[in-house]
Design a protein around this ligand. Structure first.
Ligand SMILES: [Zn+2]
Length: 101
């Protein structure tokens, strides 16, 4: 088992997990509930982590993560429903769950 991805934004971490699972790569999230007690922890300690169950999936997983995080550099999109700005890597509005068009 190995750590494959970590990010301060739990929505992005969940997004990565879902994409990897859709590619039949077994992963699990650690620190999933750490943010509940964030007061005592540094921001970094509350970062969620995506762990790879099978190390042999590393190359494929990294390729997928790279393609997803590359989208992060693309311009934000604005939710047609609530007008909130969303990172390009996200397919669903963080605010109202509207799906990007
Ligand atoms: Zn929205």
């Amino acid at each position: 088992m190995m750590l494959i991805f970590s990010h301060e934004n739990p929505v992005l971490v969940t997004n990565i997990k879902n994409i990897l699972e859709s590619e039949r790569i077994d992963v699990l999230i650690k620190n999933e509930f750490a943010s509940g007690g964030a007061g005592e922890l540094s921001a970094f300690d509350t970062w969620q982590e995506v762990w790879l169950i099978n190390d042999k999936d590393e190359a494929k997983a990294l390729m997928i993560i790279k393609s997803v995080t590359n989208k992060e550099n693309a311009p934000d999109w604005f939710c047609p429903k609530c007008k909130e700005a969303n990172g390009a890597a996200f397919e669903v509005c963080w605010n109202c769950d509207e799906v990007a068009n």
